[in-house]
Design a protein around this ligand. Structure first.
Ligand SMILES: Nc1ncnc2c1ncn2[C@@H]1O[C@H](COP(=O)(O)OP(=O)(O)OP(=O)(O)O)[C@@H](O)[C@H]1O
Length: 371
C-alpha cells in the first residue's frame, strides 16, 4: 500500500483530500503543522478537528510544532515588509518555506514516505517531452489556488498530489457530507489564516509595528490629510483615507523618508510595467527571449496580457523579469506576487519590486519604462 502524508488544517478541503486518498487505498498519514496558538485553522482548534478526522478514518496522525519556522519565515517577513512600505504576500512564502518543504522532509525522515498531498485547488501534470512538472489552474475557477503555489520547486511538485484540483468546491462539500465527515459543514477559511486568527491585518501589525502618524499628500506633495501609519495602507487602497475630494483618491505610493502616504486619481494609479524579483520558473525553463504571457498581479485579479522580458539578476534578488502590460494596470503592488500563465499552465512567478524606493514625485510613463 503506497504511503502518503496529507497536510491537515482541520478544514473541509484537507479532510476530503485525506478521506478520498484513504478510500482509494492509500496508507494515509495525517499531519498538521502547528503554526500558531489560539483559535482558527493551523492552530489548536484546527488540530482537534484534524485529530478527530484521523481517528474516524482510523489513520495515523502527527503534529509538527512549526511555530518557530512560521514566526521566522512569515511573521518576520510580514512585519519587515509592511515596515518598509511593501505589501508582502505571506501565502506563497508559507507554502514553499513552511508547508511543502518541511512536510516532505518530515515525511521522508520520520515516516519513510516520499509523497505528500494537500487540499489545495490546483493540478500537477508532467510534460512527457521536457520531463518538467507543470502546475495548472484548478478546474473550479472560483477556488483556483495556483497563484499561491507558483514558488514550489520541481522537487516539491514531483512529490505532491492535489486530489481536489479536478473538482469544484460544491463537489467537495457534497463528498464531505456523503462521507459523513464531521468537518462537512465547517465554514470556508478566509484567504489569510493570520486575519482569521487576529481579526484583521491591522490588529496583527499593530502588535509589532508602532503606528507612526503622518501626512497623506498628492503627487505634487500637497498635504491632503493625515494617516495613522504607513503599514496600515496598501497600493490601490481607496477606503479609509478620510479625505473629502471631488474624485475618489487611491494610494499610489509611500515616501518612507518623509513618512508620507501618496494618493492620486484612479487614472494616475496605473502602471505600464513593473519588475519582479525572486522568479521561480515552474512549467518551463527560464526563457532567454521576451515572451507573451497572461499575468495575474493579485490573487483575485483577472490575468491580463503582457510581455515578459528577462533581466539580469542583481545581488540578492534571484532571477528578475520586467513585465510590460498590454494595457497599464491598476494596483500594481510591491510585495505581491505576479504569476504568469500560458492558458491554465503556471509558467512562473515572482515578487513585484517597488517601482522606486521612495516615491516623492509622480512616476511618468517614460520613467516607469526605464526601471
Ligand atoms: N497547518 C497546516 N498543516 C498541514 N497542512 C496544512 C496546514 N494548513 C493548510 N494545510 C494544507 O494546505 C491546504 C490549503 O490550505 P488553505 O489554508 O488554503 O485552506 P483551505 O483551502 O481552506 O483548506 P481547508 O478547508 O483544508 O482548511 C489545506 O487543504 C491543507 O491540506
Amino acid at each position: 500500500m503506497e504511503r502518503i502524508v496529507v497536510g491537515l488544517s482541520g478544514g473541509v478541503d484537507s479532510s476530503v483530500a485525506a478521506a478520498t486518498l484513504h478510500q482509494q487505498g492509500y496508507d494515509v498519514v495525517g499531519l498538521t503543522l502547528w503554526l500558531m496558538k489560539g483559535k482558527g485553522q493551523c492552530c489548536s482548534e484546527g488540530m482537534v478537528d484534524a485529530a478527530k478526522l484521523c481517528e474516524d478514518l482510523g489513520i495515523e496522525y502527527h503534529v509538527v510544532d512549526s511555530r518557530e519556522v512560521f514566526e521566522r519565515e512569515i511573521i518576520n517577513y510580514l512585519v519587515e515588509g509592511y515596515g518598509s512600505g511593501i505589501t508582502p504576500l505571506p501565502c506563497s512564502q508559507c507554502n514553499r518555506a513552511v508547508k511543502f518543504g518541511p512536510m516532505l522532509q518530515y515525511a521522508n525522515e520520520e515516516l519513510g514516505c516520499d509523497r505528500i498531498a494537500t487540499g489545495h485547488y490546483a493540478r500537477i501534470t508532467q510534460n512527457t517531452e521536457t520531463g518538467r512538472y507543470e502546475l495548472r489552474r484548478a478546474v473550479d475557477p472560483a477556488k483556483d489556488q495556483s497563484y499561491f503555489l507558483y514558488d514550489l520547486t520541481q522537487d516539491l511538485l514531483a512529490a505532491c498530489d492535489f486530489p481536489l484540483g479536478h473538482q469544484t468546491k460544491t463537489e467537495t462539500r457534497r463528498m464531505a457530507a456523503e462521507l459523513g465527515l464531521h468537518t462537512a459543514a465547517k465554514p470556508d477559511s478566509q484567504d489569510l489564516c493570520l486575519i482569521e486568527h487576529h481579526g484583521s491585518m491591522q490588529t496583527f501589525l499593530d502588535k509589532y509595528l508602532a503606528p507612526k502618524p503622518g501626512d497623506i499628500v498628492d503627487t505634487e506633495g500637497r498635504m491632503l490629510g493625515q494617516h495613522t501609519g504607513i503599514h496600515h495602507y496598501t497600493i490601490g487602497q481607496r477606503k479609509g483615507l478620510g479625505i473629502a475630494a471631488a474624485n475618489p483618491l487611491y494610494v499610489v505610493g509611500f515616501d518612507m523618508g518623509k513618512n508620507h502616504v501618496i494618493v492620486a486619481d484612479r487614472s494616475d494609479a496605473h502602471l505600464p510595467d513593473c519588475t519582479v524579483q525572486r522568479v521561480n520558473w515552474v512549467s518551463i525553463a527560464a526563457p532567454q527571449e521576451p515572451m507573451k504571457v497572461s499575468v495575474q498581479i493579485r490573487y483575485r485579479s483577472e490575468a491580463v496580457g503582457a510581455t515578459l522580458v528577462p533581466l539580469p539578476a542583481v545581488d540578492g534578488t534571484g532571477d528578475r523579469v520586467r513585465i510590460v502590460f498590454d494595457e497599464p494596470q491598476f494596483g500594481v503592488t510591491p510585495g505581491q506576487a505576479a504569476v504568469w500563465y500560458d492558458g491554465d499552465r503556471v509558467l512562473g512567478g515572482g515578487l513585484i519590486e517597488a517601482a522606486v524606493p521612495e516615491i516623492s514625485a509622480p512616476v511618468t510613463e517614460a520613467e516607469a519604462l526605464s526601471y
